[in-house]
Design a protein. Structure first.
Length: 84
């Protein structure tokens, strides 16, 4: 399904978008969809990162600073690799 919407924007932005689309031999719609897709993906990633940071802070508040697991994981991987 494809939704349709109208977007009002200043003429200057519209002209720049048209020039950009023309330069890349693409439709204005295609270019606009790509720009919006990239922007909404960045927005979603920022939200996910903020949520992860909140959880990390909640864990720290409850349990204090936790040790770094990287050295333990490295040792386990090296042991597994040495066993063949």
């Amino acid at each position: 399904m494809v939704a349709a919407t109208n977007v009002r924007m200043p003429d200057e932005i519209h002209e720049r978008l048209k020039a950009w689309a023309r330069e890349e031999n693409r439709s204005l719609n295609d270019l606009t969809v790509e720009i919006l897709d990239q922007a909404t993906r960045r927005w979603a990633a920022r939200r996910a990162l903020a949520a992860a940071c909140r959880v990390r802070e909640e864990v720290r508040a409850r349990h204090g600073e936790l040790s770094d697991s990287a050295p333990l994981l490295r040792t386990l991987r090296e042991e597994r690799a040495s066993r063949g």
